[in-house]
Design a protein around this ligand. Structure first.
Ligand SMILES: Cc1ncc(COP(=O)(O)O)c(C=O)c1O
Length: 500
């Protein structure tokens, strides 16, 4: 039923009662039981300071930094700190954004515009990147009219395969992406080697250090074997790094750094054509609360280098404990983990393992893999300092779950989905061109109108969010992405329309 604005105002108590009811099924990010999405230290005082700083500035708008000069002051400090962590020289400049995706959008826009201006004519610019790069590059490309070539990785190390990247480059390549580390496996791409190609071919190299930018420098100081990935490498044009990940700020915090001021000019948006106020947007969004900016300034200064080193130590200890247990109970660790551990298995259904752990109150991230490129399904664990306290309890549950699941054979439905996937990938072309997409969408509109509600029923989505995700993950793994993307698109519209 469509909700209407209440005629009678609710009281404060009623408002909070309702909001508590709405959040009843939420995972608790501060519990230490989430091994994905939440980046928590477990330091109550730090959290409190972040909340207070957020509250102090939340009504101020970064849109007009002349009215609120605090925005310039705080942003300058945060960008300077990020640039010094990334060993940027005096030419490096940057912008504070509300997330990794927004930072990446600015990098892609700058690379695209520089490419077109260097060429002097319009063509469709391309981004070449390993399959492990985050989908925000595909998203930026879709929004800004570029094309993405995702290439295979080295399936021994789970790092970018430099030869495959090199082979995919053409005269239309505007950007190469490498990650430090990538999200699925936590491995660091060979940035120095990618930079050599970028320099030789005069292509923009973006280093995605959204995850690693605020943690890898500290791990290296503690003696971890972290390869170079920052501005010390000639050929790195831009780097993104997110304080709302391993700087432990509140959500809404990322930084994009450019090697040169001139590069940043391609990323900003300026408009003086209309009769209103001058638009000068360093980032994608226009109106933005200063709250996350202030929270970020606060946590960076509250922790300082000593604080980040202490927290990095906790991560290293926990990661080593988890990796060694995983090996002991028969899982295969994928590549060299940093702050993220990914593991796979030949005899355990990992999608069921993820459901099992959720039943025990632990949030793991099931990953579908890319079977046609030799990347099997896996489980991803983001390790953060808060996990140090609960890791033994989690590993005990994981061990028990593993022995239980070893006894359960695959279900008929899982087998059926796998065979169906095999057939569909044979008949679905790898690249879908515009005429084919247009035909597909017309058919899909008709079919979803007829079969859509049945589809929701089949996945138990007609009554809200499902408790078990194993079958859905199996579908993602087995069916071609072009088909599953369409289905998920439809399903999510229904979820938000109907509510849960
Ligand atoms: C490597 C990497 N890059 C970019 C992003 C996008 O960041 P955000 O979710 O803050 O937009 C993520 C998110 O997990 C990521 O892991």
């Amino acid at each position: 039923m469509r909700k209407k604005l209440p005629i009678e105002p609710l009281t404060r108590d009623e408002v909070f009662q309702k909001l508590r009811e709405y959040s009843i099924d939420d995972a608790d990010p501060l519990s230490g039981r989430l091994f994905t999405i939440a980046f928590e230290t477990g330091l109550d005082e730090l959290k409190k300071v972040a909340y207070d700083a957020f509250k102090m500035f939340m009504d101020k708008n970064m849109l007009d930094f002349t009215e609120f000069p605090s925005a310039i002051r705080m942003e300058k400090d945060i960008v300077d700190i990020a640039a010094s962590l990334m060993h940027g020289d005096g030419d490096v400049v940057g912008t504070y954004t509300f997330g990794g995706t927004e930072s990446v959008f600015l990098a892609v826009k700058a690379a695209r515009d520089k490419f077109i201006l260097d060429k002097g004519f319009i063509t469709i610019p391309e981004i070449v990147m390993p399959i492990t790069a985050h989908p925000c590059y595909d998203k930026a490309a879709e929004y800004m009219g570029l094309k993405v070539k995702r290439v295979k990785i080295d399936t021994e190390t789970y790092r970018a395969d430099v030869d495959s990247i090199n082979e995919a480059l053409t005269e239309n390549t505007a950007m190469i992406v490498g990650s430090a580390p990538n999200w699925p496996f936590g491995t660091i791409d060979p940035i120095s080697e990618l930079a050599e190609i970028a320099l030789e071919k005069n292509v923009w190299l973006h280093v995605d250090a959204c995850v690693g930018g605020f943690i890898l420098p500290f791990m290296k100081k503690l003696g971890e074997n972290i390869p170079e990935f920052d501005f010390r490498i000639e050929g790195v044009s831009s780097i993104s790094l997110d304080p709302h990940k391993y700087a432990y700020s509140l959500i809404g915090a990322s930084v994009i750094l450019f090697r040169k001021e001139f590069y940043k000019m391609f990323s900003q948006y300026v408009n003086l054509k209309w009769p209103g106020y001058p638009i000068v947007n360093p980032a994608v969004l226009s109106s933005r609360s200063e709250g996350p900016l202030a929270a970020t300034w606060a946590v960076l200064h509250m922790l300082g280098e000593k604080g980040y080193l202490e927290l990095a130590k906790k991560i290293i200890t926990t990661r080593n404990k988890v990796s060694s247990k995983l090996r002991d109970i028969g899982y295969k660790i994928m590549g060299d983990p940093t702050v993220i551990i990914a593991f796979t298995s030949d005899n355990i259904n990992l999608f069921r393992l993820s459901d099992y752990m959720i039943r025990r109150g632990w949030y793991f991230l099931a990953q579908k893999g890319v079977p046609e490129m030799g990347v099997p399904p896996s489980i991803h664990l983001t390790i953060t300092p808060i996990h140090e306290k609960l890791v033994d309890e989690m590993l005990k549950d994981l061990e028990e779950g593993t022995s239980e699941l070893l006894k359960i054979p695959p279900t008929d439905v899982e087998g059926l989905v796998e065979s169906l996937g095999l057939i569909m990938s044979l008949v679905t072309p790898e690249e879908i061109d515009i005429p084919m997409l247009s035909k597909l969408l017309k058919e899909a509109e008709k079919l979803l109108e007829i079969y859509g509600p049945k589809l929701l029923e089949a996945f138990n989505l007609d009554k809200g969010l499902p408790k078990e995700m194993a079958l859905i993950n199996q579908v993602f793994n087995s069916l071609p992405p072009a088909i599953t993307e369409l289905l998920v698109n439809y399903i999510v519209i229904q979820l938000f329309k109907k509510g849960v």
